[in-house]
Design a protein. Structure first.
Length: 428
């Protein structure tokens, strides 16, 4: 029964990906709205379409390969080959095998995409040495993160299984255990964030923005926010791509602005101010009902964990069914968690819709901070330049934008900025 459901989910995901891609292709056949036509003059728009077309075969191959791999793992004795009496060794073998499979399938595609497609359209500035360096950093980081996370989960699961065989766990005991797991989980997630941060530092060179007019103006803007930014740094994006970005890094109480070097070199001062005021808008954001609703999900997740702990026999029965169907003598916790998350996908999909909606609202609020400071037109010009230089899809299908975008699409974004500017002008 479990294998049958996994097969259904695999085909369902495949058809979902192909359907959404068909909607994307259909949308690209439509003429661009007047608001954003100047981003892609006719000849340049044909370049954008050719660029996206070059990725079409890659997308289809990736989806077919993913489906075949999922079916192979379900229908073959794949997991019996990896089983081990020691759950931690079993975990490391499973994670390592999947990373190797991922490398074998993704590395040639990524290499071809970077040095053939991206190179063809002038979007790649990365050397082959840096490319392989980044791949190594990403895979090592992925291995460490997955190993630490799953090792923690295995430790919790094996102890709960041992306790359950000796005595029943009351709700109050489960609640206390849940709090301890949540605290440990927070520490683990903090550690994983540190790994990700360290990986970013190895992939890019960050230098403090030198003192001058730009830095002083940023510090002046920052006075509007009570939250302190500890560093304003420039990173060498120009060595990798045409991407021009500025971001706000938040880690516990630490905050840092990151600005791409090619953004500094190729954009006007007003455009820089506009983007940085957008980031400062995030700092000024005050929690609202939508944000607190997200916290409610976290509470629901915690209560679900408490229920699972207090009903451990149900979990053990489910795990036993998995072992039986996959002919395993020992539990493979990677497999068990993967199946659990697969069955949770419909709920995670709905949750992701809500998170995307909240994120888009926060982006709109941040954009308005730049508009209200008089940099609305500069912000629009920045978005248009970035879209043109990076061959971004500026008019996504409304349904795809709703489902998959955590930032508003460029057409929608420029439209609401213009409305805000008009509203401000009318008020004056």
């Amino acid at each position: 029964m479990i294998k049958l459901l996994l097969i259904i989910f695999s085909f369902g995901n495949f058809f979902y990906e192909m359907l959404t891609y068909a909607l994307i292709l259909h949308q690209r056949k439509k003429p661009l709205p007047d608001t954003i036509k100047d981003i892609y003059p006719e000849k340049h728009y044909q370049t954008f379409l050719a660029y996206k077309k070059d990725y079409r075969k890659i997308f289809i191959f990736e989806q077919v390969f993913a489906l075949c791999l999922q079916l192979f793992c379900v229908l073959s004795p794949f997991y019996t080959w990896l089983q081990d009496a020691n759950p931690y060794i079993c975990l490391l073998k499973t994670v390592l095998v999947f990373i190797v499979i991922e490398c074998v399938s993704d590395l040639p595609i990524s290499y071809y995409s970077t040095f053939t497609i991206e190179e063809k359209y002038g979007l790649n500035h990365q050397t082959k040495k840096d490319f392989f360096k980044d791949v190594c950093i990403e895979k090592i980081t992925e291995f460490l993160i997955l190993s630490i996370l799953f090792s923690f989960l295995i430790g919790v699961a094996t102890h709960l299984e041992d306790w359950t065989h000796h005595f029943s766990i009351s709700f109050s005991q489960a609640f206390l255990i849940g709090l301890l797991i949540a605290a440990a989980g927070f520490i683990i997630m903090t550690l994983l964030s540190l790994f990700s941060l360290a990986a970013m530092r190895l992939q890019y060179r960050f230098t403090e923005l030198e003192d001058g007019t730009l830095r002083q103006q940023i510090l002046t803007f920052l006075k509007e926010s009570r939250k302190k930014v500890h560093h304003i740094k420039v990173y060498d994006e120009s060595k990798k791509s045409n991407s021009k970005n500025a971001f706000l890094l938040k880690f516990l109480g630490y905050r840092e602005f990151g600005i791409a070097d090619n953004f500094l070199e190729e954009n006007s001062q007003d455009e820089l101010y506009a983007v940085l005021l957008h980031e400062i808008g995030h700092l000024k954001h005050k929690k609202n009902l939508l944000n607190y609703t997200q916290y409610a999900f976290g509470i629901a997740l915690f209560l679900g964990l408490v229920w699972l702990i207090s009903h451990a026999p149900v979990v053990l029965t489910f795990n036993g069914m998995i072992n039986t169907e996959f002919h395993l003598s020992y539990t493979n916790y990677y497999l068990t968690l993967s199946i659990f998350l697969t069955f949770c996908k419909p709920f995670l999909f709905l949750w992701n819709l809500f998170r995307n909606y909240v994120s888009c609202k926060e982006e709109q609020e941040a954009d308005f901070n730049a508009v209200d400071h008089g940099y609305g037109q500069a912000l629009i010009q920045t978005f248009k330049k970035i879209s043109s230089d990076e061959l971004i899809d500026i008019n996504p299908h409304p349904l795809i934008e709703l489902i998959e975008y955590d930032h508003p699409g460029m057409y929608k974004r420029i439209s609401y900025i213009q409305k805000r500017m008009k509203k401000g002008n009318d008020a004056v």
